[in-house]
Design a protein around this ligand. Structure first.
Ligand code: PGA
Length: 235
């Protein structure tokens, strides 16, 4: 595990963006696992710049997002479909059919998760997975006490996660969905390379637990200690 601390968010984001760009240049048809939330926003801005400068192309790249809220239509402004469209997909040359997110309104969530896993497998698995980390140590929406070998599934969101994300819903926790579909730990751990980015001192304590505490379901991100190729970048 490579762990690197940066003084500034912008510096960390550029470093992460360069790692993604290096991956795409080396393998133009890379399969990327993508994250949402406030942390990867500058990373996506940097990727857009690298694309605009002609240094990378997403023409043959495929993407799979970690998670999606249940009950939000794809066009809802706070859906992760909308987030990805706004921050990345609408600004680069990726083909719409190569971008994948789970459908949070699927009638049969378990079937939707199975379909998603099958699509990832058909794409050849994830080359590079970007992760954020929640204040409770979640990765994707795998909350504490998640099964480390779970496939993608539906989860009830912890109160602390809904509280943290209320800022995206005009501060109104009642508007934050109570459940979500998430890539399972097995899928995340199957990625050939993982980059976890974390911004802000308030996450230092959970990061320390995840990186040097016991590997245990109470701290979901601690499973990354058992991944052979993971970079932790934090500021
Ligand atoms: P954040 O979310 O980037 O908005 O802090 C991270 C996460 O919950 O994974």
């Amino acid at each position: 595990m490579n762990v690197r601390q940066f003084d500034r968010y912008e510096e960390m984001s550029r470093h992460a963006a360069f790692a993604v760009a290096a991956q795409i240049r080396q393998k133009p048809d890379s399969v990327l696992g993508l994250a949402t939330g406030s942390t990867p926003i500058a990373l996506y801005e940097d990727l857009v710049k690298l694309y605009q400068d002609g240094l990378i192309s997403f023409r043959n790249v495929k993407t799979f997002n970690l998670d999606e809220y249940c009950g939000l239509s794809t066009g809802h402004p706070e859906s992760y479909h909308s987030f990805m469209e706004q921050h990345l997909f609408s600004k680069i040359d990726i083909l719409k059919e190569n971008t994948h997110l789970m459908d949070g309104c699927a009638k049969d969530p378990a079937e939707e998760c199975r379909r998603y896993e099958a699509e990832i497998a058909a794409a050849g698995g994830i080359d590079l997975q970007i992760l954020g980390i929640g204040l409770d140590g979640h990765i994707g929406f795998n909350e504490p006490d998640s099964n480390f070998s779970a496939d993608s599934h539906m989860v009830e969101l912890d109160a602390s996660t809904r509280e943290a994300n209320a800022r995206f819903f005009n501060g109104d926790i009642a508007k934050v969905p109570t459940s979500a579909l998430t890539m399972g730990m097995r899928c995340i751990m199957s990625a050939r390379r993982v980059i976890l980015i974390s911004s802000g001192e308030k996450k230092h304590e959970i990061l320390k637990k995840a990186l040097s505490g016991p590997v245990c379901p109470e701290v979901p991100a601690s499973i990354l200690q058992l991944h052979p190729n993971v970079d932790i970048m934090f500021c």
